[in-house]
Design a protein around this ligand. Structure first.
Ligand SMILES: O=C([O-])CC(=O)C(=O)O
Ligand SMILES: [Mg+2]
Length: 616
């Protein structure tokens, strides 16, 4: 465990301030870094036994304080087979079967992990219904964790759509019916005032990353309340499979503040609180208690990924906690980083620089404004022009039409920077005709909104129109891959948030890219964790984009791809992690010192391997 000594912290802080990065108030850094300093002293709880963290304060508690009486034991026999972390099923060796009281509990054959993998894939492929595959995978995760991850890593392109988008969306819609065992922590308003205690009920202590949702905007499916739990679970299984973060270090959390989804409120199988969502001060206080409890329990370097919050809360939470916690909003920042990477890569096909392009978004929420801002930031860095100037190349359309200056009074805060001077325009088609964008990006959460007229208009003034239909799941995609290629007569460069199969058009096969934040967050998170980052800075997002774009090779470009294939994701993640960590060190935001010489190798060495271990 790294200890930060006082001179190192001061160097860290002075370094940061000298570089003039003011987004974190110096005092906030000072407070938190000093809190960080004795890493084995989490909020005043002393280390014991030469560096073993007294995470839950059991050793330091006074006689009148409550503690959790956790005990640990070595699993054997039937209990061992029921423990997903240690179970190997038929792969237990003869010696292990003797030593661990397994004789007779398993049929006589010993199978290798490879054969188990083959068998499970064979079984999985028999299921025609995606949700059945999802449930089979969840059962495997609950039964044999290493086999689950081995499958996911070795068959990532086939299984990503099963455990993640789009199937996870359907799983959330039906979560009440398919719920079997807790895969994460549910914290509802009933636990108000007791969140710290709730966290202590989770059996793992050395948590490094939390993905949390309040279920209000699950993918493009809207408010699914407590059933949003499928999302943090899915995202975290990708943290492990794609980014190599140990499963035991990952904690999915769903905050249940109610739901405004009438259908769920009236559903007898609904698993969440049956009342309308808490808002305003009540919501803010609940979130504050949660954020404080997390830091109190897990320390300064716990990464909290906000996922699928509704727009208003997503922006406010990120703004509020980015100076005091290590927070990352996947929908705003992760999506922005993945899209920027695709745009940078696409310049090889389109020519010119980013600043030569004009961008039009349908959808002015988290993803839309997050992407827009990161594009403007990158253009500003590349051209040395002010970011305000660069924003003028980016236009947004929301449900009321083009975001223009005359609407400024009624616009939500996060849309205001995009209200440029222009006469009012009502529809997307009119906006496309008026702005003549080279790049069209869908972040509306509303399916089938890139109509034939819209795509044909894009193709009428662009040789190679770049079309990104980012809304998830597949049903909410702004258009399908087939539509984009057919309506543009095979000229579009297309990528989407949810996966689409290759399309044949005029005898040519087009392979659509998947512009999904799954490319970014696993490697990004690994980078933050491995260098002990204490805050996220926008430059780290640019670093992640650069690393991803650099993984697109000539061979990919030749196929019209602007993203590398997911099968290489672990290598991609190690490069993203290395670039993000390098930026954290440069900004003085990394606490794990000294900096490893080769960050890519270091990232690879940090990655979880799903291979079975031998038991003595
Ligand atoms: O989960 C996904 O596939 C991407 C994402 O964050 C979203 O759509 O909210
Ligand atoms: Mg999301």
């Amino acid at each position: 465990m790294m200890l930060l000594n006082r001179p190192k912290i001061l160097r860290l802080l002075v370094g940061r301030r000298e570089r003039g990065k003011e987004f974190i108030r110096a005092s906030a850094v000072m407070g938190s870094a000093l809190e960080e300093m004795p890493n084995d002293r989490v909020n005043g709880i002393d280390a014991v036994g030469g560096g073993v963290r007294d995470v839950y304060g059991e050793d330091s508690a006074t006689e009148d304080q409550f503690i959790t009486p956790w005990t640990f034991s070595v699993a054997s026999g039937y209990t061992l087979l029921r423990n997903p972390r240690h179970n190997k099923g038929l792969a237990f060796t003869e010696k292990e079967r003797d030593a661990h009281y397994l004789r007779g509990l398993l049929p006589p054959i010993v199978l290798s992990q490879e054969i188990q993998e083959k068998k499970f894939m064979h079984m999985l492929r028999q299921y025609q219904v995606p949700l059945q595959r999802y449930m089979a995978m969840m059962d495997l995760q609950e039964m044999n964790e290493r086999l689950f991850y081995k499958l996911l890593i070795d068959h990532v392109e086939e299984l990503l759509p099963v455990v993640y988008t789009p199937t996870v969306g359907e799983a959330c819609q039906k979560y009440g019916s398919i719920f079997k065992r807790p895969q994460g922590i549910f914290i509802s308003l009933k636990e108000k005032g007791k969140i710290q205690e709730v966290l202590k009920n989770w059996p793992e202590r050395n948590i490094q990353v939390i993905v949390v949702t309040d279920g209000e905007r699950i993918l493009g499916l809207g408010d699914l309340g407590c059933q949003g739990m499928g999302i943090p679970v899915g995202k975290l299984s990708l943290y492990t499979a794609l980014g190599g973060v140990r499963p035991s270090a990952c904690l999915p959390i769903t905050l249940d503040v109610g739901t405004n989804n009438e259908k769920l409120l009236n559903d007898e199988f609904y698993i969440g609180l049956r009342h309308k969502r808490a808002t305003g001060q009540e919501y803010a206080d609940f979130l504050f208690e949660f954020m404080s409890a997390v830091k109190q329990n897990y320390g300064e370097r716990i990464l909290i990924q906000f996922e699928d919050f509704a727009n208003h809360n997503a922006f406010e939470l990120l703004e509020k906690y980015r100076t005091t916690h290590l927070v990352f909003n996947d929908d705003i920042q992760g999506t922005a980083s993945v899209v920027l990477a695709g745009l940078v890569a696409s310049l090889k096909l389109l020519g010119g620089t980013l600043a030569d392009h004009t961008f039009l978004f349908l959808g002015a929420g988290e993803a839309g404004t997050g992407i827009a801002e990161l594009i403007a930031l990158e253009m500003s860095k590349k051209t040395n022009a002010p970011v305000e100037e660069m924003r003028k190349k980016i236009w947004l359309v929301d449900s009321k039409g083009l975001v223009v200056r005359s609407r400024i009074e009624s616009l939500q805060q996060f849309k205001k920077p995009w209200a440029h001077e222009h006469k009012p325009v009502k529809t997307l088609l009119e906006a496309v005709q008026a702005i003549k964008p080279t790049v069209l990006i869908g972040t509306s959460g509303v399916g089938r909104t890139f109509t034939q007229d819209v795509i044909e208009a894009m193709a009428s003034f662009n040789k190679k129109p770049l079309i990104l239909a980012l809304s998830n799941p597949t049903s909410q995609s702004e258009c399908t891959a087939e539509e984009a290629y057919t309506w543009s007569k095979g000229r579009a460069i297309f990528a989407s948030g949810s996966p689409f199969d290759p399309v044949e058009h005029d005898g040519k096969v087009f392979v659509p890219g998947q512009a999904n934040n799954a490319y970014i967050f696993p490697g990004f998170g690994l980078g933050l964790i491995m260098c002990g980052a204490i805050r996220v800075h926008d430059d780290m997002l640019l670093a992640a984009s650069e690393a991803l774009a650099a993984q697109v090779t000539d061979e990919h470009f030749a196929k019209g791809l602007i993203y590398p294939p997911f099968k290489d994701i672990r290598k991609i993640s190690s490069h993203i992690a290395a670039n993000v960590a390098a930026k954290a060190y440069e900004l003085g935001l990394a606490s794990r010192l000294p900096q490893p010489r080769d960050l890519v190798k270091y990232a690879e060495s940090c990655m979880y391997s799903p291979m079975y271990r031998f038991y003595r």
